[in-house]
Every structure is written in C-alpha cells, then in structure tokens.
Ligand binder design. Structure first.
Ligand SMILES: [Zn+2]
Length: 81
C-alpha cells in the first residue's frame, strides 16, 4: 500500500499532512476506505490510497496513488456508491 506513496515526490510532506487529516477526520476517512476495500487496479494491481481535502462546502476525497484513468474511474465509482 505504501509502495506507491514512497515514490511520490513529496512523500514526507504528504505523510505529515495525511497524519493530521486522519486524526481530525478519522471517521470520514474510515468510511471512504471501507467503500474502497477490495478495490484494485485491474492493470497495475494498485490498492487505493486516499486523503481528504477540506473544501468550503465540506470535504473532497483525493486518490493519492491514481496510477491510471481506469483505476481513478473505478475508485470514483465506488466512492459514490
Ligand atoms: Zn492502473
């Protein structure tokens, strides 16, 4: 799961930011992660890793390790369900 994240350019910054967000919005994140449980990219085998971004109207979910469009669409579909 963390393999994709470690190759990310700003992995340290992201890790800190993620920790803060998870602490503040744990329930919401857990709910979204539950929706993505068992989802893998059919092409790359990536497991989705998400983070929440604070918006004016609430929160938006960001897929941190979106390896390809197919995977992004798959995760978006699951999150909306
Ligand atoms: Zn992929």
């Amino acid at each position: 799961m963390f393999k994709a994240k470690l190759t990310h350019a700003n992995s340290n910054v992201d890790a800190v930011r993620n920790r803060v967000l998870i602490k503040a919005d744990n329930d919401l994140l857990v709910r979204f992660e539950a929706k993505l449980r068992g989802v893998n990219c059919p092409v790359h085998g990536t497991s989705p890793e998400i983070r929440l971004s604070k918006e004016k109207s609430g929160y938006s979910v960001e897929l941190v390790n979106d390896c390809c469009l197919k995977f992004t669409a798959l995760c978006a579909e699951k999150l909306k369900s």
